[in-house]
Design a protein around this ligand. Structure first.
Ligand code: RUQ
Ligand code: CUA
Length: 680
């Protein structure tokens, strides 16, 4: 311990000198020293504290948009302080924001989002090509967030995330951090590959994970048997790569302008977008090219064994710009409401190729200039780096080593691989920095490996080379470096997203939090500087963006509907416009919401009446959010300043129900209440 302090004293002197120079009232050096000692902090700990500390009222330099896993949400975390700033509800109800508790904007989002006219739903959710319920789903497994991009860089406008469980994509607008649309992508049951945005957010890509029954539509009387599953698997299942068209003005997903490419029923895994040198391409990993069906009781091996028989799986290389032309030429079939390019057409038009990749790969991650594509081995200690120049050449010169059973040409492995690097056990995902380095998570080894991309990036190095490694705690999945999957990585920080925390935090019961770890990339060696327990679901991927790129509004323009981001026709401008209109079987209310009362504050209805309440928060003050909650029913709204929202329900039971504002909005917040009186 003594030695520590010998090292530490000079540091304290420097820190103290800086503080002393900047502030006349700064803590003295002995006080700082005593403080660190009294808290049992080592010199390294004290330095880490200084690296991550954001003073009261200060701002973080970066924002981490992290998937919430089966919480169905996106979590927004300040970096380097690792403070949670916001949760965006996407696939699951969230009462604070009134998401999924009666507010029209959230019900519209959960039900598919507004149609082209900006109102109602497009009815795509609850469509039941796979037998899904008509009632909107109330859960999802949020995996891979994708911020929208312009010229291959984050533009801070929208964020998309896939639902691993259902093949859905949620879209949130970063002007108000609210979900606007949840789209069930047809023909997908599950999803993993993506989402990613193409370099100008022309499309957001999502592909199936476990293949789904081909052109399946249970409502058309199709059936399937166990025998089909076990013996006709290669014929009856298909994967799909989906390019979901994005409206360049609103960020909404436009199903009628989207398309799919039919894929073999391998299990398509992670995917990434080409950019720069590889713009126009998409890359998807796969496993289970063996097409193992499972069925332990039927004498089949479990999938984990059946899917690992062969030494190679296939990297799928898709030329989506070519696919666009094929669609424009009308060479598609519409299946369950989306245009689909068949496998035969994809092969004939030469827009789909395979390249062997070492068995059971996981992540595929395109380098900043788009020249290299890194594939992680999962069961192989190497990452394999493919060169886009080599891929293009092999395609042009038809350097094939054969075809798969569906006739898709397989590019020769040696012709397309630019190099391999041995990193350690269980490589999963790779991100990049601004100095020509790549960072790969090692699941089995619980470590992050730093390696160089070689000459085109960093003239000091001629080859792909492992240069540093750091242990993490424990079992890292994804990792995120600052803008590390864009054409403009920022370096500086890396967040390790760890699946297990074991002994890192106070025991709060057998379900331990996940563990995010912040790693400083600025020194010659990577340094772990903070832990952040994550006590909700299992996060997957995250993206780290400069906070200055996100421009959220402070308040809404008066009367704004969060669905359309325009003035709602049912909004009111002031208390004077508040009113109740009664018709047989129906009560319609235009309610003003302001500190500290609702107008009207008594709503009278008869049992069986349909009650429609249009609420407008007519405040202009930031933070003057009001809630509107009615006990005994699922009505729980939140109205931000300027917002207008509608809620509808049937007054199905008699009684007097006291509704109230759920936000402590003023000194007389408790008085902000009213009654719904339902007469017999
Ligand atoms: S992956 S299990 Cu993002 Cu490593 Cu989903
Ligand atoms: Cu409004 Cu409390």
């Amino acid at each position: 311990m003594k030695k520590f302090w010998l090292v530490f004293i000079p540091l304290i002197v420097i820190v103290g000198a800086i503080i002393g120079a900047c502030r006349s009232t700064g803590a003295g050096q002995p006080a700082l020293l005593a403080l660190a000692q009294s808290r049992g902090l080592s010199p390294e700990d004290a330095a880490r504290a200084l690296k991550t500390f954001v003073p009261p009222g200060g701002r973080d330099e970066f924002l981490l948009f992290a998937s919430g896993g089966h919480s169905g949400q996106i979590h927004v975390i300040g970096v380097p302080s690792m403070r949670l700033l916001k949760t965006i509800a996407v696939f699951t109800p969230e009462p604070w924001q009134g998401y999924g508790y009666g507010a029209d904007w959230s019900e519209i989002a959960l039900a598919g989002g507004p149609d082209a006219e900006g109102n109602g739903t497009n009815g795509t959710n609850g469509h039941d090509a796979h037998g899904a319920a008509k009632e909107p789903l109330r859960w999802g497994d949020a995996h891979h967030p994708a911020l929208s991009e312009t010229n291959g860089k984050y533009d801070g406008r929208w964020i998309y995330i896939n639902d691993r469980a259902h093949g859905r994509i949620g879209m949130a607008d970063l002007s108000d951090f609210r979900t606007k649309q949840v789209l069930q992508v047809p023909n997908l049951q599950t999803s993993h590959g993506g989402v990613f945005a193409t370099p100008n957010t022309e499309y957001v890509h999502i592909s199936s994970k476990v293949p789904a029954l081909k052109a399946w539509n249970a409502s058309q009387g199709q059936t399937v048997t166990l025998d089909d599953h076990l013996h006709k698997y290669p014929d009856i299942y298909r994967g799909y790569s989906t390019f979901v068209k994005i409206d360049p003005a609103t960020g909404h997903m436009l199903l009628d302008q989207s398309f799919q490419i039919e894929l073999p029923p391998y299990t398509q895994d992670l995917a990434d977008s080409g950019k720069g040198a590889s713009d126009g391409f998409a890359f998807i990993n796969s496993y289970n090219v063996e097409m193992a069906t499972g069925g332990i009781e039927q004498g089949q091996p479990p999938v984990e064994i059946g899917a690992s028989k062969l030494d190679f799986d296939y990297l799928h290389i898709i030329n989506w710009k070519k696919a666009e032309q094929v669609i424009a030429a009308g060479k598609f079939t519409r299946i369950n409401g989306i245009r689909v390019i068949s496998l035969e057409t994809a092969v004939a038009e030469e827009l789909l190729h395979l390249a062997p990749e070492p068995r059971s790969p996981h992540g595929v991650d395109v380098a900043p200039r788009g020249d290299y594509i890194t594939v992680s081995g999962k069961l192989d200690p190497h990452v394999t780096v493919y060169g886009i120049d080599r891929i293009k050449k092999a395609i042009a010169e038809k350097i094939f080593e054969g075809k798969d059973r569906y006739g898709i040409p397989i590019l020769k492995f040696d012709a397309v691989v630019a190099g391999k690097v041995e990193l350690g056990a269980g490589p999963l995902h790779t991100q990049y920095d601004n100095k020509g380095n790549a960072y790969t998570s090692l699941y089995l080894e619980s470590a992050v490996a730093k390696w160089t991309l070689g000459e085109p990036y960093n003239t000091a190095d001629k080859a792909f080379k492992l240069v540093d490694k750091i242990s993490i705690h424990y079992n890292i999945g994804h990792l995120a470096t600052a803008e590390g999957d864009t054409m403009d990585p920022q370096g500086k920080y890396l967040i390790a997203m760890n699946k297990w925390s074991i002994d890192r935090h106070t025991n709060v019961g057998p379900l331990h939090p996940q563990n995010f770890q912040l790693i400083d990339l600025t020194g010659p060696k990577m340094e772990l500087i903070a832990d952040m327990p994550i006590g909700f679901g299992e996060p997957h991927y995250a993206q780290l963006v400069r906070a200055s790129i996100i421009k959220a509004r402070e308040v809404y323009e008066p009367g704004t509907s969060p669905t359309t981001d325009a003035k709602s026709p049912t909004s009111i401008a002031s208390e004077q416009e508040a009113r109740i209109v009664r018709k047989p079987g129906r009560v319609e209310v235009w309610m003003n919401v302001v500190r500290s009362h609702f107008t009207p504050d008594i709503v009278q209805a008869k049992v069986g009446d349909k009650v429609i309440i249009h609420l407008t928060n007519t405040e202009r003050t930031p933070d003057a959010t009001h809630g509107f909650a009615i006990p005994t029913r699922n009505v729980m709204l939140s109205l931000d300043p300027g917002e207008s929202t509608t809620v509808e329900f049937i007054a199905d039971k008699p009684g007097s129900f006291s509704f109230y504002c759920t936000e402590f909005c003023s000194a007389l917040h408790l008085e902000m209440q009213g009654w719904l009186i339902v007469e017999k």
